[in-house]
Design a protein around this ligand. Sequence first.
Ligand code: PLP
Length: 422
Amino acid sequence: MRAMVKANEMKTITGQKVDFSKIRDQFPVLASTVRGKPLAYLDNAATTQKPWAVIDKMRDFDSREYATVRRGAYRFAEQATHEFEEVRAKVALFLKASSPEEIVFTSGATMGVNLVAGSWGRKFIGEGDEIILSHLEHHANILPWQMLAQEKGAVIKVIPVNDAGELDMEEYGRLLSSRTKLVAVNHVANSIGTINPVQTICQMAKAAGAVTLVDGAQAAPHMKIDVREIGCDFYVLSAHKMYGPSGLGVLYGRKEALERTPPFLTGGDMIERVTFEKSTFAKPPHRFEAGTPPVTQVIGLGAAIDFLSSVGMDHIEQQEKKLLDYATELVSRIETVNIIGAARDKAAIISFTLADAHPHDVATILDSEGVAVRAGHHCAQPTMDRFCVPATTRASFSFYNTFEEVERLAEGIKQATDLFRG
Ligand code: PLP
């Protein structure tokens, strides 16, 4: 069965070998068993597991150095502030931003979009203005814009999707006009895995005079990101999808875009001067970080980025592509399966339905075999509507998954097929 599969090993440009089975050993959860069977964790689009490097870093910080940041003159507070700001610089490098001042810590990708809609959007979007979204968005990149549009009397336009799950770029071109104020699209669709041509999308939006936001929650853990090359004004991501802690996200904002953006949440730490009559606010990024930030989580994200960089985003991308190709080959051979999403450019996500079986039942059968997948609408109901299904079963891969796990997924689907046929 594994004739076309290479070993879990890959050579770096310098000829050094990357041994993915050794890398896998660094994730303690992956050694777990479920009902006596080894866990095959294939729900990486929902959240990823943490390596020891992240777990240890956060535990060490909490047990030896913990203090809140930006407030104390004592050594611990200074050290914590230093480490916290170092992570900001690390994130800037990871995304190829121009400077750490363009990096805002948020509570997640959802908060990043809400921040831009609720502050930039409230200031710059007015009646009759148009906001362009795609038909592949996660609800986190629909609802903040829908609320804003309802409040302001703005109009939402949607880039349609073809049967393969790719955006119709010609129609996008026709949707753009001088009324377009914002284009917000995801980099990778969490529901079906399409990698969107965000650089072209942003170029076209810019030419029409529109501001752009890219939801990179599903892209940042899997490929090299260069926000300047993409040319977006805003880019959001989520730490828990990139081997870091939950409750933390990042909003990248181009310097000029952030400077034009008013505060969103207000409170401590984001001010210049407060009086009862009038207050003035700090410059970005601190203007957008009201209250005590998730200090330990930020430190953990720093360790996650170090970890990803040590494996190499190129290797990660290549390994996940191999896993996707193998999974697509095995799963599409099962005749009862309908894979939704066949984009030419696709991340390691397989979303499918099975004739006569509900996606939740398929996920339950897979769970009985120790294979953890997600079933549901994946917070992308408009995408489900587009493909005329209420839900799918979704397997989403990480570089730490093995080819054997892919085979167990395929075997589990065959079992489900037999059961429902019988
Ligand atoms: N955007 C996309 C494409 C996602 O897949 C998700 C989470 O699944 C989000 C946004 C929301 O991320 P978070 O829950 O971390 O805010």
